[in-house]
Write a protein that binds this ligand. Sequence first.
Ligand SMILES: C[S@@+](CC[C@H](N)C(=O)[O-])C[C@H]1O[C@@H](n2cnc3c(N)ncnc32)[C@H](O)[C@@H]1O
Length: 228
Amino acid sequence: MTTVDAPRRRPGFGRVLRLPGVYAPQADSYFLAEAIRRENVAGLDVLDLCSGSGVLAAHAARLGARATAVDISRRAVFTVRLNALLARQRVAVHRGDLLGALPGRTFDLIVSNPPYVPTPPAVLPSRGSARAWDAGPDGRVLLDRICEASPLALRRGGTLLLVHSAVSGPEASVRILREAGLRAEVSNRTYVPLGPVMRERLPWLRQCGMLGPGEDKEELVIIRAEKR
Ligand SMILES: C[S@@+](CC[C@H](N)C(=O)[O-])C[C@H]1O[C@@H](n2cnc3c(N)ncnc32)[C@H](O)[C@@H]1O
């Protein structure tokens, strides 16, 4: 079932610190936090993939989960540790490339707010703040890899919650996950004002037909997929 949610502000993240260049939690982080709250995560092994500041890992831990976080950025990994300490929550933190950071590990719930903003150059940045959002011409470089790899890292009955923009192909996320045998759907949608990166790319996004001439809002979706 798809529901349309009003975006909420900082759902109880408390104080959040960030090293320069680490993604500041915003509408997509809050939207995914609400989706995590709707799951009964107490006692579950939860992986926050592409953790950034670690707010979602700490949020899951506050809700009673055993939380693990992965990010490729050294600064993000340090920031996740800092924010877990600040929140007095236990979070196991790993640096690495998506699920390659935890070979052979499986989880009850994987949550991810990965880079998904369509980006003119096909080569992704290997450093700097743009690594948190640049995601190739269709926005799917990271999304495809997450949808392909997550089914193997989920336990039976486990769930993936993935947030991304509607311009980055929700139907492709759902299709890849269904092809892997998961029950997948867009479970939630919301509209938020265009962020600074999307605003800066607006002429290019319109030229490519990803946003219409009058569109000045971004639609965010939550993909929810269950492993039977
Ligand atoms: C949009 S931010 C999300 C941060 C946080 N989860 C939130 O919701 O506020 C995306 C994060 O993905 C990380 N990232 C980018 N490529 C990655 C990769 N290949 N493996 C793991 N993390 C990656 C970036 O360093 C960045 O911290």
